[in-house]
Design a protein around this ligand. Structure first.
Ligand code: FMN
Length: 415
């Protein structure tokens, strides 16, 4: 996590500058404060307004701005940051860094800083492999500048090879490795203090008779980790859990249930919450007429047929508009094919705000495993998260929840 960390993001003039917008979102989800310096060329690719809206901070471009200098000197910009990130790093800015030039605000800040610097190069493959660039990169690496990427692949200029800027997610993860982890203040550690959360987890069991049931392979690991992460960030958490073998998370009120009907009743009993996260794998169907006593196997008699009926839709129920609706409702989509398309469709059908989509086909080992690869689907689009441990997915989701619940209404409404 990056709670309370201050990142100065320098956006230079490359075609990959649009990815810096996504990078800001990823960093803010992790709790970082981001402030931007935009080069003149950078402003040809992204607008200061977009950067300002996403960072909720002023964007700095002009070295000779009297206002900026009186409010925040160019030297102060770098002093105030925990890390400087150049993304995209153009051939031009890398050359100016290597040469020690200070001919605009970005290069001056980079020369004046005593903070660590991470650069994410993005340029045409021939520019990246040019002898001048190779020498510049070597110089910068020797001086302790950290590089991420570039990646190999198809480029905007119709060429193929190294030169693509690393994905925002990769850059955010690198930043987390460089400066994440340490907490700076109590409020940064507990951004969900005073908030109430409801989490569902595990499978449900739908009785066929007193000894048999329909269920699924959900282990509850992801849902329980989410409850723990929300509690760690200060939320008062009720966890409604189906039958699982994982331990109850610390500091969380746990309500144990078996069936989907019981899970819905427990969710409604939990009272008003700020956020509801439905991570349970609720059985879609239950037996239409569960037998009151054990269904006996009889020699020569055909197996009984099973008539199913739909279970209540807990996610759709919690998402219904009204005074009791949580500010944020998050559903999970466990899919074995067409993951993203099905999850986008599910978000609309259920009326929830976000969907965490995870591929649960057998090869992924998601059910019962320790790791998870998810996409977060929101009204703004699809975020592809890297494969993370379930605890990391949980903490990242909790960080995103904290950020969302802490956002001013005007920004939420504009999205
Ligand atoms: C359409 C277009 C795309 C460009 N893309 C890149 C790029 O991906 N990488 C790069 O190093 N330069 C790229 N350039 C060139 C830079 O914009 C140019 O070198 C500029 O001086 C960089 O300034 P800055 O480093 O101060 O932002 C591009 C130029 C244009 C017109």
């Amino acid at each position: 996590m990056l709670h309370g960390k201050r990142i100065l993001l320098i956006v230079a003039g490359g075609i990959a500058a649009f990815k810096s917008l996504e990078l800001i979102r990823r960093l803010r989800e992790r709790g970082a404060n981001v402030r931007c310096v935009l080069t003149d060329a950078g402003a040809k690719f992204v607008t200061p307004l977009s950067l300002q809206a996403l960072t909720e901070d002023k964007v700095y471009s002009d070295m000779f701005s009297l206002t900026d200098e009186s409010e925040m000197g160019h030297i102060q910009l770098s002093r105030d940051a925990d890390l400087l990130v150049v993304a995209p790093a153009t051939a031009n800015i890398l050359a100016r860094m290597a040469a020690g030039l200070a001919d605009d605000l970005a290069s001056t800040v980079l020369l004046a800083t005593d903070k660590r610097v991470l650069v994410a190069p993005a340029m045409n493959v021939r520019m990246w492999t040019h002898a001048a660039m190779v020498a510049n990169v070597e110089t910068l690496k020797k001086r302790g500048i950290t590089f991420i990427g570039p990646n190999d692949g198809a480029m905007a200029c119709n060429e193929h090879g190294p030169g693509r800027m690393s994905e925002p997610e990769e850059i955010a993860a690198a930043i987390e490795q460089m400066i994440g982890g340490e907490r700076t203040s109590a409020s940064a550690e507990k951004p969900l203090a005073g908030k109430r959360a409801l989490v569902t987890s595990g499978p449900t069991r739908e009785a066929l008779d007193p000894v048999r049931y329909i269920s699924n392979h959900s282990s509850g690991k992801q849902g329980h980790a989410i409850a723990a992460a929300l509690a760690q960030l200060g939320a008062e958490v009720t966890l409604v859990s189906g039958p699982v073998s994982v331990a109850d998370p610390r500091g969380v009120r746990v309500v144990k249930i078996d069936s989907a009907d019981q899970m819905l009743a427990a969710c409604l009993d939990a009272g008003r919450v700020d956020v509801a996260i439905c991570a349970a794998a609720v059985a879609d169907w239950k037996a239409a007429k569960p037998a009151a006593s054990k269904i006996k196997k009889k020699a020569g008699v055909a197996p009984p047929s099973l008539e199913l009926t739909a279970n209540p839709d807990i996610l759709a129920t919690l998402s219904k508009p009204g005074a009791r609706r949580p500010s944020l409702v998050v559903g999970f989509a466990a899919e074995t094919e067409n993951l993203v398309a099905n999850a986008i469709d599910k978000r609309t059908r259920k009326g929830c705000d976000w969907i965490v989509a995870n591929d649960v086909s057998a090869a992924t080992g998601t059910f019962g495993g320790e790791r998870n690869t998810v996409h977060l689907i929101t009204a703004q689009g699809v975020q592809e998260w890297p494969t993370l441990s379930k605890d990391e997915v949980a903490m990242r989701l909790a960080g995103a929840v904290a950020l969302q619940l802490g956002r001013p209404r005007s920004i939420k409404a504009a999205e």
